[in-house]
Write a protein that binds this ligand. Sequence first.
Ligand SMILES: NC(=O)c1ccc[n+]([C@@H]2O[C@H](COP(=O)([O-])OP(=O)(O)OC[C@H]3O[C@@H](n4cnc5c(N)ncnc54)[C@H](OP(=O)(O)O)[C@@H]3O)[C@@H](O)[C@H]2O)c1
Length: 319
Amino acid sequence: MSMKAIRITGTKDAHHISLTSFPIPVPKDKDILIKVHAAGITADEVTWPELYASTSRIPGHDISGTVESLGPSYSGPISVGDEVYAMLRASVSQGGQAEYVIAAPDEVARKPASISHVQAAALPIPVLTAWEAISEHAKLERGAKVLITGASGAVGLLLVQLARRLFDAEIIALASPRNHGVLKELGVSQAVDYNLLAWENTISDVDAVFDTVGGPTLSKTWSTVKEDGVIVTVGDPTPHWAFGRGEPDELKLHPRVKWVYFIVTARAEPLVKVASLIDEGVVKSIPIKVFEAEEGVEAWKYAARRGKEGKAVIEFVSN
Ligand SMILES: NC(=O)c1ccc[n+]([C@@H]2O[C@H](COP(=O)([O-])OP(=O)(O)OC[C@H]3O[C@@H](n4cnc5c(N)ncnc54)[C@H](OP(=O)(O)O)[C@@H]3O)[C@@H](O)[C@H]2O)c1
């Protein structure tokens, strides 16, 4: 039995995207086989080495779908027919942009019931990244003042909502002016235009910076943070000091600021909690742009654009 799947061949600098046919995987041990209704795209994945290390070159970490079958030794709470969403960790076999994929039991959570599969497929990486940044790396305290860069992006919108709803944070959002209205509706108290030449001079004394942009934007945030504050970044390009390779140059002027770059961990618990928050109406899903599997090339091009109207999602089964 075969299935449709997106495939990326070549190298990170010269890659080729196509829709091809692959055998449907068979669940072993505690595996969960998911019929993928939709899969989200994080465009930078084409630069991540794990994709090129996989045997299938099928990309994709974010999925939403229905449980098709379970491995013979699976004994957890998930049943065949459950509607689930998941962030799949890097795999030597395949990613989630296919009609079927295998997930591990600790990756899978029931999807928010109040939203569609295409909406849910946009959420796992943004939810898990924002959750981990806020509660584990920044250890945010209630009422903290925070700066979020790339605030209108997929990760940014989750950072804004979780910081506001769970920690009552005072939020300064760095974003293009066309997104300031939406950010204010989500509870941002100050929206700052990243086109302003010295936007960093309009912000001071933040307890924590959450950066999703990197590069010069990340550098500028150092002057906005309190002397004992924290800067958490996931932005690409990865800072030169990430993975223990050194220290940020800015430390010379800001020696007491804490700084961390991290790679998000795939796990189910935060997805379970955020699914409840979505169903209770506390957290909103994020804007999406839906593509058919046959439009995979276009979907990946769209995902890599600036000024998107939503996260690109490939739909494999109509809702
Ligand atoms: N390390 C990890 O584990 C991890 C996890 C998740 C994501 N990431 C990375 O985090 C980044 C954000 O992911 P995402 O899914 O949120 O992407 P996204 O939806 O494309 O959002 C990116 C946001 O950054 C803004 N932006 C881009 N370039 C900018 C610049 N030069 N100055 C100011 N703002 C800029 C964009 O604004 P406009 O729309 O106005 O251009 C957009 O709001 C990506 O690089 C992704 O690879 C890393």
